[in-house]
Design a protein around this ligand. Structure first.
Ligand code: NAD
Ligand code: MG
Length: 398
């Protein structure tokens, strides 16, 4: 319905794939939403263009120098937008008292503190930045409860699970009659490639996803299936599930976005065209529904849906993530940091695709798992894993 005051939305990571899809949905509903703040990191000209188009109150650039540059350009264009810098700026626009909802769409560990700032300010938090939750799960969910934040998953699978669960799933999965969660995966671009050829794939091949167009880091994660591994951990935290309650199902068409299996034999699922604007619109408007600009699903055109079990031989990252999920404590943060280092090295052509898993396994085996109750401990595990991965790269002359 018509609202008195448009909701104020901060988009962290506005220049990225999820950020742009979010702005597309917001622009379809100008009476309902206003862009309060936009943040970017490396693409200053893109961020400037987004500011000119959406006229936010605040923008956040990577550092003081780029913030000054952007501030100057926006002033010259006659905008009143105030430009902030760095992590402090990100946290300020995430927690600002005038903000209603925060889209957390920064990629990787860099998004942790700003996302936590939004949670601690009790915002409606639209979580795309799965790495933040994987790193700090216990602490993150504790903060959600303490500050009455409303956490809505943007990851299409988790959004589908959320939609397929009853409203009171917080009582516990068994209390609401859930037997298992079925987490679907496309299998990425290398699903059918001979395993022996995986050592020679290029970053370009890895970034060419069959069904989704996404940022480079998550595209590599999809190709290695580490993305599904991170999503397994994400699902455990979001829905208070044990790792063995989450089963990964390869579904190459990406039409069923995930399913929930109930004790009476009912299986509920959410389907749709693979377009992130659907989960974004769902989370923005929840519990209402708004137009996302996504075309209606044409089942006749799709004609068939296929399913197969994942192959951990082909996708060792999935096995490593499950092990980290079971180990708990610092293991998921170490897994995530090692993966970020390895993926960056792969994208820079310093290592082979298959060495991503090698590095992660090395890092996980190098250190005993410790408990991570405070943010400091999470950050320590993250930097320790990066050091270990760096050591591996140096030792192998990469
Ligand atoms: P992207 O690379 O397209 O965009 C990343 C954004 O983060 C950009 O705005 C960039 O400027 C910003 N950023 C990068 N490093 C930063 C840093 N150090 N400090 C501050 N900002 C920084 O990535 P994406 O595909 O939009 O993914 C964003 C997040 O959403 C990831 O966590 C990803 O796993 C998740 N996600 C994405 C999709 C998708 O379809 N793209 C689907 C599900 C989940
Ligand atoms: Mg996903």
């Amino acid at each position: 319905g018509q609202l008195v005051r448009p909701q104020q939305i901060t988009v962290l990571g506005a220049t990225g794939s999820i950020g742009l899809s979010t702005l597309d949905v917001l622009a379809r509903h100008p009476q309902r939403y206003e862009v309060f703040a936009l943040t970017g990191f490396s693409r200053l000209t893109e961020l400037e263009a987004l500011c000119l188009r959406h006229r936010p109150q605040f923008a956040v650039a990577a550092d003081e120098a780029t913030a000054r540059e952007l501030q100057l350009r926006l002033r010259l264009a006659g905008l009143k937008t105030e430009v902030l810098a760095g992590e402090a700026g990100l946290c300020a626009v995430a927690a600002h008292p005038d903000v209603d909802a925060v889209m957390a769409a920064i990629v990787g560990a860099a998004g942790l503190q700003p996302t936590l700032a939004a949670v601690r300010a009790g915002k409606r938090v639209l979580l795309a930045n799965k790495e933040a939750l994987v790193m700090s799960g216990a602490l993150f969910m504790q903060a959600v409860r303490e500050h009455n934040a409303v956490l809505l998953p943007i990851d299409s699978e988790h959004n589908a699970i959320f939609q397929s669960l009853p409203r009171d799933f917080g009582r516990g999965l068994s209390a609401v009659g859930v037997r298992r969660i079925l987490l679907t995966a496309s299998g990425g671009p290398f699903r059918e490639m001979p395993v022996s050829a995986l050592a020679d794939v290029t970053p370009e091949q890895a970034c060419k996803h069959p069904n989704w167009s996404m940022g480079r880091k998550i595209s590599v994660d999809s190709a290695s299936m580490m993305n599904k591994g991170l999503e397994l951990i994400e699902a455990c935290w979001l829905f208070d599930a044990r790792p063995e309650q989450v089963e990964v199902v390869i579904h190459p068409q990406s039409v069923i976005h995930s399913l929930v299996d109930y004790v009476d034999g009912s299986v509920l699922a959410q389907l749709g065209n693979p377009d992130m604007r659907t989960p974004i619109a769902h989370a923005l408007a929840w519990p209402e529904r708004i137009d996302a600009g996504v075309s209606a699903l044409d089942l006749f055109k799709i004609a068939r849906l296929d399913f197969q079990a994942p192959d951990e031989q082909r996708f060792p990252c999935l096995r490593l993530a499950r092990q980290a999920a079971e180990a708990g404590g610092s293991a998921p943060a170490m897994l995530n940091a090692a993966n970020e280092m390895a993926v960056a090295a792969f994208l820079e052509r310093r290592i082979r695709f298959t060495e991503i898993a090698t590095i992660i396994e090395f890092v996980l085996n190098a250190e005993a798992v410790v408990s991570v109750e405070a943010l400091q401990a999470v950050l320590r595990a993250d930097s320790r894993a990066r050091e270990l991965a760096q050591g591996w790269l140096q030792q192998h002359g990469c």
